[in-house]
Design a protein around this ligand. Structure first.
Ligand SMILES: [Zn+2]
Length: 280
């Protein structure tokens, strides 16, 4: 019996490791809206939000309700944007909203199928302007950066303003349910009048009112991919003197991931051991 006990799995330990839990991806379906010449992307986001909340719990990150809701909208808006774009594009948005005062970062990639995001501390009052800075990279083109401003303190309106100003074609976002969203993007020869007049209710019924051709199904997880090892790797270039200076009298350093705000507490011993094990 004792032998059997020894061989038993230890699920409690495994569950505490980042990324060990099986995650269920959000599925985004894209359709071509025939005769209107538009691209429709839509998805339900509860699963992505569950993983997002597990991440917050795991790293003891707390958000106020309003900021939390804005970040969740940004995750949904970026996911639908990515699904409407070429597969190998990575996009990062840094968004500052004045009212409510929220600063956030979201990023994702269709090929690696991940979405990630975090809040930043608001840095005081700014002028009457909300900003969205976009960075797009792909294997085909150089880094493309642009910053646009928008008036309404709403992520979806901000993303629409981005399309109008940077992509120079209209796109609109719609809310179909509490955690279900859709995006319609103009394609060449789009029926712009139809697109401009669409309401949330029209999107709920669009399967019946329009002819849709399924183009693609893409899948995304809330997942940064950061882990203690990668954080420890950051210290590889540091020699003993530099590490002494870095730690001073501190026993631990807390390093926050710039993409997902995951907090990693690292000790001098962990770094020495890691660098030593890496053959340094
Ligand atoms: Zn991270």
């Amino acid at each position: 019996m004792a032998e059997n006990d020894d061989q038993q799995e230890q699920p409690e330990e495994k569950k505490n490791q980042p990324g060990e839990d099986p995650k269920v991806p959000v599925e985004v379906r894209t359709y071509f809206v025939r005769e209107r010449n538009a691209l429709l992307a839509r998805a339900e986001f509860p699963q992505l939000y569950i993983d997002y909340y597990l991440h917050l719990m795991q790293h003891s990150i707390q958000h106020d309700d309003q900021s939390d809701s804005v970040l969740k909208d940004a995750l949904a808006a970026l996911t639908l944007h990515l699904a409407s774009r070429p597969q190998d594009e990575s996009t990062a948005w840094t968004i500052s909203i004045r009212e409510p005062l929220v600063n956030l970062f979201v990023a994702g990639n269709s090929r690696t199928q991940n979405i990630v995001g975090r809040l930043f501390e608001p840095e005081g009052k700014r002028d009457d302007v909300n900003l969205l800075s976009s960075q797009i990279t792909s294997s085909q083109t150089d880094l493309r950066q642009s910053t646009i401003d928008f008036s309404e303190g709403d992520i979806f309106r901000g993303a629409e303003a981005y399309y109008k100003q940077s992509e120079q074609r209209p796109a609109r976002y719609f809310q179909l349910g509490e955690e279900e969203f859709a995006m319609v993007t103009a394609q060449p020869d789009c029926d712009i009048e139809w697109l401009n007049e669409l309401e949330d209710e029209d999107l709920v019924l669009i399967d019946k009112t329009e002819t849709l051709s399924l183009l693609e199904r893409r899948f995304y997880l809330f997942d940064c991919g950061c882990e203690l090892k990668r954080i420890l790797d950051l210290f590889s270039p540091y020699d003993k003197e530099a590490l002494d200076g870095l730690f001073d009298e501190d026993v631990h350093l807390v390093i926050a991931c710039p993409r997902c705000a995951a907090r990693f507490q690292v000790s001098r011993e962990q770094i020495d051991e890691h660098i030593g094990r890496a053959g340094k």
